[in-house]
Ligand binder design. Structure first.
Ligand code: TRP
Length: 347
């Protein structure tokens, strides 16, 4: 399979808006990523200049003790990207830690952000709690929004497709952008806008919180047919819907939430919802319908992923090309920022 043609043309034109987004490389991606952003990215790559970061440096901010896991998942996430239809001819995929300009921009920006501002970031606050850091927050973790600001600005991205929880990161990015521009006396960096999907975060199969690998309630994009079947069987429905003839609740019923997210036939879904509410439609029937949809969705992704994984060298070549291109772009931005600020330069 030809995933990285040597002639890699830059199909995007200068007039196309720039998109930058990324994923921490902590594990293979799952259906929640697919519904929340991957399928958007596949669509957006045709109309935008798109960059995807394999955010291994950011992943270390809360996985410092597990560098091997973070490193190993760079290839896994890259495989997920390619498997869902990210096309390296249209999207540049790069490894974050291999772009030194990002680290340098981060260092520069850190001088323009206060510790109290970082501590007020609502996403960081929640994440500190979730990770049980309490008073022992790694400095790198507290500062990751600044490194993310470096990611976004280094590519001069104006659109950042992310989940709702990432909106504070874009806000913080724009505060930094405005400060830098004021200091430089010109618009050396563009402001960015979050592109948040209309559908909220996909819940986990247990209906408790969002889908996440660590919560054990996720369906990976590489799930086998048996894993898919098993996950759908275990899926949370309406606990009060005991008999088929009982009226059931659709709200908070994970099976229906997934049908909303993945069915191409919303007419059938409305029909099923009406019958379920009325009573007379069993969980098993709805689950069978959902299972068929998920099997059909995941099957080609899994097949493609398996084939790509047989030739990791080819994927590595693609990553190297993307990272080389990204290194040039990010270095150029760093040079411009340094020069706009009048920082030291060799003469
Ligand atoms: N914070 C994002 C996440 O946890 C990953 C990420 C890193 C990112 N750099 C980014 C997202 C830049 C958007 C833009 O999934």
């Amino acid at each position: 399979m030809n995933i990285a043609p040597n002639h890699t043309p830059d199909r995007a034109t200068d007039t196309q808006p720039v998109i930058l987004t990324g994923d921490r490389t902590t594990g293979p991606l799952h259906l929640g990523h697919y519904a929340g952003s991957l399928r958007n990215r596949v669509a957006l790559q045709h109309s935008h200049r798109q960059y995807l970061l394999l955010a291994d440096a950011q992943a270390l901010t809360d996985n410092a003790a597990d560098p091997e896991k973070v490193a190993n998942n760079v290839l896994e996430v890259a495989l997920d990207y390619l498997a869902v239809g990210i096309d390296p001819e249209l999207t540049t995929i790069a490894v974050q830690s291999a772009l030194p300009a990002l680290a340098e921009l981060t260092m520069l920006y850190l001088n323009h952000v206060t510790v109290s501002r970082l501590e007020r970031n609502p996403t960081i606050k929640t994440e500190i709690q979730q990770r049980g850091f309490e008073r022992d927050v790694p400095a790198g973790f507290l500062c990751y929004p600044v490194s993310q600001a470096a990611d976004i600005t280094a590519f001069r991205a104006t659109l950042v497709p992310v989940g709702e929880d990432q909106a504070p990161m874009i806000e913080q990015t724009n505060e930094i952008v405005r400060r830098m521009n004021r200091l430089a006396g010109c618009d050396v960096l563009p402001e960015a806008r979050a592109l948040i999907p209309a559908v909220g975060r996909l819940p986990g199969i247990d209906g408790i919180g969002k889908m996440s690998k660590s919560a054990g309630n996720a369906i990976p994009l590489s799930a086998s047919p048996d894993e898919i079947r098993d996950a759908v069987r275990r899926m949370y429905t309406d606990p009060d819907h005991l008999k088929v003839s009982d009226p059931g609740k659709v709200e908070g019923n994970v099976v229906f939430t997934y049908l909303d997210a993945f069915s191409d036939d919303q007419g059938t879904v409305s029909d099923l919802k009406a019958r379920y509410r009325r009573g007379g439609l069993g969980d098993i029937q709805v689950k069978n319908h959902l299972e068929e949809i998920l099997q059909t969705l995941i099957w080609p992704i899994r097949e493609r992923r398996t084939r790509l994984a047989e030739d990791p060298g080819e994927v590595m070549r693609m990553l190297r090309d993307g990272t080389d291109k990204a290194r040039e772009i990010t270095q150029a931005t760093l040079d411009e920022v340094r020069s706009a600020l009048g920082l030291f330069r060799w003469t």
